[in-house]
Design a protein around this ligand. Structure first.
Ligand code: KG4
Ligand code: ZN
Length: 341
């Protein structure tokens, strides 16, 4: 009998669909690590006129484009459904109408192809975006992951795959939400996060001293007071010209300080081997720099395209669940408020 070395074992290929918010995405990932295709149709331009995501508009747009996005992901991967081992879809948290589109399309494809389907938590997807990298083979536990996105600012301790200890999270606004709201106050284009990141490079982070809310209780965050402080400062300039770059840089510095200090504290307390950053805000350059400088352990973050919503991360998480032997019937429903741990 021929013995194949482990590297020659048959690979696992997963097609994942992600429609939890305003990105219609599909991707095919091999072995939870190698991206064969990663298609993202963003609705950002559509929602810019409302200054935020308009849920009803988002779900209608998902319906219009989801089939083309899935088809493109399969074409770019040069695969047919017979070549897949499993399908995966984001089940929650997210906007109910948006989630329903992805979940129902995925169920139809699973039924038609006879392949198993796994419903995945969106936050778990962000966490597994760090495994979409050849260097992932070197990841050792325990790992501390800071997930900072439009909907979440959460700290998770992972001692092994698929097990999470929730150390803390935001008590009010998520970090990305604060970036988006402050972006609007400063008259910057939507979404505010990347616009503030850019504006801040021209500004002085010490121009304004905004509050750093560091709640005493464990590893929780609070950003609503900071947002109000920026609002008050902008009101002082009513009728005059806003120092947008200085305000952006000073606000960003306050967010970064709080995220870095809580993460550094947790990293030390739990003696982790590495810190991972994930979610849209982990694309922020000031955050990446400050986190790398403040921590004694390696800090890893995804490529920018994998920070914001995508389906490759959903496939990466599904890969771990598939390997663990998880299989699901097709009778599951969306979970818009799904708490992961
Ligand atoms: O992970 P994501 O695509 O969606 C959610 O799951 O919420 O994150 C989107 C959020 C938005 O609030 C956006 O403003 C923020 O990520 N974001 C950034 C940057 N790029 C995206 N925030 C700060 N700096 C950035 N460079
Ligand atoms: Zn997300």
């Amino acid at each position: 009998m021929t013995q194949f070395p482990p590297t020659l074992e048959r690979s696992t290929r997963i097609l994942a669909i992600e429609t939890s918010c305003d990105e219609t995405a599909a991707a095919v990932v091999e072995n939870g690590r190698t991206i064969l295709s990663n298609v993202i149709a963003s609705q950002t331009d559509l929602h810019a006129q409302y200054g935020g995501v308009f849920p009803e508009v988002a779900s209608r747009k998902h319906i219009e484009v989801v089939h083309a996005v899935v088809q493109q992901a399969m074409n770019e991967a040069h695969l047919g459904y017979d070549d897949l081992d499993c399908l995966a879809v984001t089940r929650g948290p997210g906007l109910v109408g948006s989630l329903l589109v992805g979940v129902n399309v995925a169920k139809g494809l699973a039924l038609g192809s006879g392949k198993p389907l796994l419903g995945i938590n969106h936050i778990e997807g962000h966490i597994y975006s760090l495994w979409l990298d050849e260097a992932a083979a070197e990841i050792t536990f325990p790992v501390l992951t800071l997930v900072v996105s439009g909907g979440h600012s959460e700290l998770y301790l992972m001692r092994e795959h698929l097990h999470y200890v929730h150390l803390g999270g935001t008590l009010d606004d998520a970090a990305g939400e604060a970036f988006d709201k402050v972006g609007r106050l400063l008259g910057l284009p939507y979404p505010g996060g990347p616009a503030i990141d850019r504006a801040a490079t021209q500004g002085n982070a010490a121009a304004f001293r905004f509050p750093r809310a560091v709640p005493d209780d464990a590893y929780n965050f609070s950003f609503s007071g900071l947002k109000t402080a920026v609002l008050r400062e902008t009101q002082r300039f009513a009728g005059g010209r806003l120092p947008v770059a200085d305000l952006a840089a000073s606000f960003q510095a306050a967010v970064v300080d709080v995220l870095v200090s809580k993460t550094a504290h947790a990293a030390q307390a739990y003696d982790v081997a590495a810190v991972h950053l994930a979610g849209g805000v982990s694309a922020n350059r000031a955050l990446r720099r400050a986190m790398g400088e403040a921590l004694a352990v390696p800090v890893r973050f995804p490529a920018p395209v994998l920070c914001t919503d995508n389906a490759a991360m959903i496939a990466a998480a599904a890969h771990q669940r598939f390997l663990a032997g998880e299989r699901q019937g097709l009778d599951f429903d969306v979970l818009p408020s799904w708490q992961m741990a």
